[in-house]
Ligand binder design. Structure first.
Ligand SMILES: CC(=O)SCCNC(=O)CCNC(=O)[C@H](O)C(C)(C)COP(=O)(O)OP(=O)(O)OC[C@H]1O[C@@H](n2cnc3c(N)ncnc32)[C@H](O)[C@@H]1OP(=O)(O)O
Ligand SMILES: CC(=O)C(=O)O
Length: 540
């Protein structure tokens, strides 16, 4: 860590984006970072341009102690400052003698963020100390941090509940921390039970009380830390900023304990695009989607498709009426240009599509359908008819493209046509199951028969088909099956259910998905497989 400690008690209009993905975000059930993961996440957050990265609690959590040791040697942030989280010193001791506090200083982090009690009930029941001693713990901890050349933030735990219960004491806690030299005092909605009007009222009232207590306006530096238990964490954070907060805390993708924390990426995007506050360095905002997905990958979490701004579906339009207006101007149905946050707009073609949806989807696929009203009519009708029978094109772009090309270009060249297939599944007395498939196909005028075994019927058909085509189509070896999804769609009478199969394939450069629907699982799979291979072999 080459970052010099820059303890500063100067007030002013600077605004902080404070990320706590690696501390509070790591408190999420089911999430566990290795030290290497944490180092990688920290680098991504620095690249995005957040101001502070809270790395964990050194001294309390052994892997966090290791993270800070490695961070000090290995990380070289371009923009951010690394923050060590901890608590104010223990009651009836001194910060200088408190081993927990010592571990924070030993971490070499240039910034400390200390959680302090601000709800009288917590002081009495959890700390089991006096209100005065709690204030002394805050003063001593902030001053000691400052004496060691650290910036110090105070997180006021349970601030909003405490403020409702005893606003005089909660105000005194904030004033004490600011008087001691805290860079900012962060008001935490720890139980996450607040709604935006609570936040606005508390910030406004607290500011008036602090001014009344003699604090100069520029010394009132407040921040917001919102948990998402009411689903209002982002809204609460925005309400806080509108009420004067100059520091926002949150986590990547909203990871955190219980329903999580304020999604910092949504907060940042709202601040920049709605409130007109530039909070990231130049070029930062357009990295938002990539960084969000990269952190999900490291955290081993499936990215939230529907996350505002960064989700894959955040700018996906399914309704035909939306597409018809988007054709005139994408801004008519997008609240911001997706490119601003590094995302893309997508048009989904389903039974809800109209001609405009088909035209725009064609444009996405590089097929110009504009002006061909007959083709647009035919394709739209065909999509609606197939979807009513169970097909689903929204996740199967390759099947849609094959359908469009069939309608307007006489279809892509088919590398083979099926004559027959047969599959046998053997379950022997030892419990071993083997599937064997034989396919008979026409390949460029020649009839080819091939037999292969597999661990299941679809695997066996895939192997037999590949073996039949291998000599004429060596590129098949590059095409791998990356996903196989089956869904049974209930029929109207209960017994006439149909099966929908989605198959994703990749050639190492691109991935595409095809859909097959039939009353029989093997037939549905064959349809999807045959289309997937045909699409792949035609891909350039
Ligand atoms: C709202 C938040 O999310 S804050 C972050 C919470 N994160 C964590 O708790 C994760 C890491 N925590 C830990 O590893 C452990 O809980 C430790 C190391 C911090 C403490 O462990 P222990 O010493 O075994 O204490 P334990 O966890 O049982 O209780 C917490 C102690 O801290 C005290 N404490 C709680 N908050 C504060 C505070 N702000 N300032 C000073 N002391 C505090 C409690 O009164 C209690 O004291 P006691 O030991 O005298 O009963
Ligand atoms: C500090 C913190 O994480 C909270 O109060 O929620």
């Amino acid at each position: 860590m080459t970052q010099a400690a820059t303890a500063s008690a100067t007030g002013g209009g600077d605004f902080h984006v404070f990320d706590t993905t690696l501390r509070d975000g790591a408190q999420m059930e089911g999430l566990r970072y290795s030290v290497a993961d944490k180092l990688a996440v920290a680098e991504l957050l620095d690249e995005l341009g957040v101001d502070y990265i809270e790395g964990g609690w050194p001294g309390a959590i052994p892997s966090d102690t290791e993270f800070f040791a490695r961070a000090a040697d290995e990380l070289n942030f371009k923009h951010a400052k690394l923050v060590a989280f901890g608590m104010t010193r223990r009651a009836a001791s001194t910060a200088a003698d408190d081993p927990g506090f010592g571990a924070l200083l030993d971490s070499r982090a240039p910034v400390l963020c200390l959680v302090a009690k601000s709800d009288m009930r917590h002081v009495e029941q959890a700390l089991r100390t006096t209100p005065e001693e709690n204030l002394a713990m805050i003063t001593d901890s902030v001053r000691t941090g400052r004496e060691h050349d650290r910036q110090v933030f105070i997180d006021c735990e349970h601030f909003f509940d405490g403020y409702r219960h005893d606003p005089v004491y909660a105000t005194l806690v904030v004033k004490t921390a600011l008087d001691a030299g805290a860079e900012a005092v962060v008001l935490c909605d720890t139980n996450g039970g607040s709604v935006p009007s609570d936040i606005t009222a508390a910030f406004t009232d607290l500011r008036a009380r602090l001014l009344g207590a003699g604090l100069a306006p520029e010394r009132i530096r407040l921040g917001m830390h919102a948990q998402n238990d009411t689903g209002c964490a982002v809204a609460n954070t925005i309400a806080a900023v509108e009420a004067g907060a100059m520091h926002v805390q949150g986590t990547a993708n909203g990871y955190g304990e219980r329903p999580g924390n304020a999604n910092l990426f949504t907060v940042i995007a709202n601040l920049e695009t709605k409130l007109g506050r530039k909070v990231l360095p130049d070029g930062g905002l357009e990295k938002l989607t990539r960084v969000s997905h990269a952190i999900a990958e490291i955290a081993n979490m499936i990215p939230d498709e529907h996350a505002p701004y960064t989700g894959h579906a955040a700018f996906a339009h399914k309704a035909g009426i939306h597409a018809s207006a988007i054709k005139a101007d994408p801004a008519l149905y997008n609240h911001v240009d997706p490119v601003v946050v590094g995302n893309d707009m997508r048009i989904l073609v389903t039974e809800m599509a109209g001609r405009a949806s088909v035209e725009l989807k064609g444009r996405e696929l590089g097929i110009d359908l504009s002006g061909d009203k007959d083709a647009l009519d035919r394709i739209t009708r065909r999509v609606k008819e197939l979807e009513s029978k169970g097909w689903s094109f929204e996740a199967a772009d390759a099947s849609f493209e094959l359908l469009v090309r069939d309608e307007v270009e006489g279809g892509l060249p088919r590398p083979f046509t099926l004559d027959t297939y047969r599959v046998i599944v053997d379950h022997d007395p030892n419990g071993t199951t083997v599937a064997e498939a034989t396919v008979r196909v026409d390949v460029e005028g020649e009839r080819v028969i091939s037999t292969a075994q597999g661990n299941g019927p679809v695997n066996a058909i895939d192997a037999a088909l590949r073996s039949a085509l291998a000599a004429r189509h060596p590129r098949l070896a590059e095409l791998t099956l990356s996903d196989f999804k089956v869904r049974i769609l209930a029929g109207s009478k209960g017994t006439d259910a149909v099966t929908r199969v989605l198959i994703s394939m990749s050639d190492g450069e691109a991935e595409w998905t095809t859909v097959g629907v039939a009353p029989n699982l093997i037939e549905a799979s064959w349809n999807a497989l045959a289309d997937g291979l045909a699409y792949g072999l035609n891909r350039r």
